[in-house]
Design a protein around this ligand. Structure first.
Ligand SMILES: Nc1ncnc2c1ncn2[C@@H]1O[C@H](COP(=O)(O)OP(=O)(O)OP(=O)(O)O)[C@@H](O)[C@H]1O
Ligand SMILES: [Mg+2]
Length: 249
């Protein structure tokens, strides 16, 4: 069960727009994640999901024009560069990218520096990451490049947790994983949320995502076209038709 959200969302993005040249890739009114909540973002290829989490994290591919507000724990951080947002507790796990291929699992999990401790932040150490993902412990001597996609994803999440996130964003953590691993990785989101972590989860696998999220947001061409609780969205025609294989209501 999700803990009761404290006053106000932990993560809030408002009036967020991203444009590449003259093309608006994202025009978002508002998205928010409460304490201990898992919010899923789904949509087709090119819908703007990565653009959304990258903009919130302060990352830019190419040279997008970004405007809007990003709030973390009641503080506006939209003017900060990406590394400062990360220090403030806003972490993005991009697709398999937080992993160094030429270092072992152990070495990868020794890298992050100390995050400044804050009231709401749990900073994982290597043993805590191993507890969350026992598989990584078995592979601790293996190089990052020798890991499977799922193991690499676990390692990336583990590294982000060592930085003490208040809000964690993940860009398609299930991509390329075998079905059993998909549910292992996604169920971990529930475990983390139960500790109070706020999670924004980008997923193409709607069927799997809807099992673990509290709320789901559907993006189309950079705009939110539907959102609601997991239960509501399971019955939403646009979700059912496009992702869950038909709708018979
Ligand atoms: N660096 C860039 N320069 C120009 N256009 C870009 C750039 N990055 C993304 N876009 C465009 O912005 C739109 C949204 O892309 P984005 O990567 O956010 O989609 P996505 O929902 O993450 O898709 P996918 O599911 O394939 O990862 C797309 O039309 C894409 O072509
Ligand atoms: Mg993407």
């Amino acid at each position: 069960m999700t803990p009761t959200p404290a006053a106000g969302p932990v993560l809030l993005a408002r009036a967020l727009t991203v444009a590449y040249g003259g093309n608006t890739a994202l025009a978002l009114d508002q998205i928010e994640v409460g304490r201990g909540e898992v919010v899923g973002v789904v949509g087709a290829n090119g819908a703007g999901k990565s653009t959304l989490v990258n903009a919130i994290a302060g990352w830019s591919r190419g040279a997008p024009r970004v405007s809007g507000e990003v709030w973390l724990g009641g503080r506006e951080i939209g003017g900060l560069p990406a590394h400062a947002r990360a220090r403030a507790g806003l972490l993005l796990v991009p697709e398999g990218k937080l992993v160094f291929g030429q270092m072992t699992v152990d070495e990868n999990l020794s890298l992050p520096g100390q995050a400044p401790a804050g009231a709401d932040r749990r900073i994982y150490d290597r043993d805590a990451v191993f507890e969350l993902f026992p598989r990584l412990k078995e592979r601790r001597g293996h190089l990052g490049s020798q890991l499977s996609g799922g193991e690499r994803q676990m390692l990336g999440i583990g590294r982000a947790l060592m930085l003490g996130p208040q809000a964690l964003m993940l860009d398609e953590p299930s991509i390329g994983l075998a079905p059993r691993l998909v549910s292992t990785v996604l169920q971990t989101m529930r475990t983390l949320a139960a500790t109070g972590l706020s999670i924004l989860l980008v997923e193409q696998n709607v069927r799997a995502a809807i099992e673990v999220v509290d709320r789901l947001v559907l993006l189309e061409r950079g705009r939110v076209v539907a959102q609601g609780t997991a239960a509501q969205m399971r019955d939403d025609e646009r979700i059912a038709r496009a992702y869950l294989g038909g709708h018979d209501a």
